[in-house]
Design a protein around this ligand. Structure first.
Ligand code: COA
Length: 201
């Protein structure tokens, strides 16, 4: 779990995310360094390091008065890909979101095959955009994407990304998520170390 001490990595994180988006030919939600630093301070970010070398990152965001949560900005540096690192990072952000806001729906808007696979393993199901948050600040993040015109043209009903949702009230999803957690229970220790006295409001 990232904290204040990881702030020096923010530039590397944002440069790595921007470079990966360029390679994929996708647009990407605009991320401001201050915003990412704040996520680290608030215990809403996860960083993977190999010694002092940056290896991977992601963070969580809440929307619509904490009724919805997303895990965002997942990135693994080139040389650390294919080792299961994204899976572990996603596992920590997803479990953190579930523990911290147990009633919130957790969703994902992605065009990435790896992310769709990880989401599915954790009990997300594909949904239409109408089932995602209507929080304007979430959708504003799409403005930096090359496909934004599609979203505007369809009145925010359809776009290139797939919407996926984890609903804590859907029993089968909860079972899938719990099964994943049972495979890597150390994820709970990682979270507890950052919040030994429980979560702030
Ligand atoms: C996507 C990304 C985070 C994956 O990181 P990674 O550490 O290599 O992923 P993992 O090794 O944990 O793999 C997780 C699963 O996804 C699969 N996967 C990984 N990359 C994939 C790809 N490009 N296409 C399809 N599946 C992929 C893996 O096979 C694995 O499934 P398995 O457990 O059944 O083998 C990394 O490639 C990356 O940073 N890409 C650029 C940024 C990006 O696309 N972020 C997602 C934004 S939506």
């Amino acid at each position: 779990m990232a904290d204040e001490s990881h702030i020096p990595y923010v530039d590397t994180i944002l440069t790595t995310i921007a470079a990966a988006a360029k390679v994929r030919g996708t647009g990407i939600a605009k991320r401001n360094p201050e915003y990412v630093k704040q996520k680290m301070r608030e215990g809403k970010a996860v960083i993977a390091l190999y010694g002092e070398e940056f290896a991977g990152f992601s963070y969580i965001e809440t929307w619509g008065g904490k009724a919805y949560v997303t895990t965002s900005g997942l990135i693994v540096a080139d040389k650390f890909r294919g080792l299961g690192l994204a899976k572990r990072i996603k596992h920590v952000t997803f479990t953190l979101a579930r523990l911290r806001w147990p009633k919130a729906k957790i969703f994902s808007l992605t065009s990435g095959a790896a992310v769709m696979k990880l989401n599915t393993e954790h009990g997300y199901i594909p949904v239409t955009f109408a089932q995602l948050t209507d929080d304007e600040s979430f959708w504003k993040g799409c403005e930096g994407c090359i496909n934004h015109d599609v979203l505007v043209r369809t009145d925010r009903r359809y776009c290139v990304c797939t919407g996926m949702l984890f609903d804590p009230e859907r029993e089968r999803s909860v079972r899938d998520a719990d099964e994943e957690l049972a495979k890597d229970p150390a994820v709970l220790d990682i979270i507890k170390r950052r919040f030994p006295d429980g979560f702030p409001d």
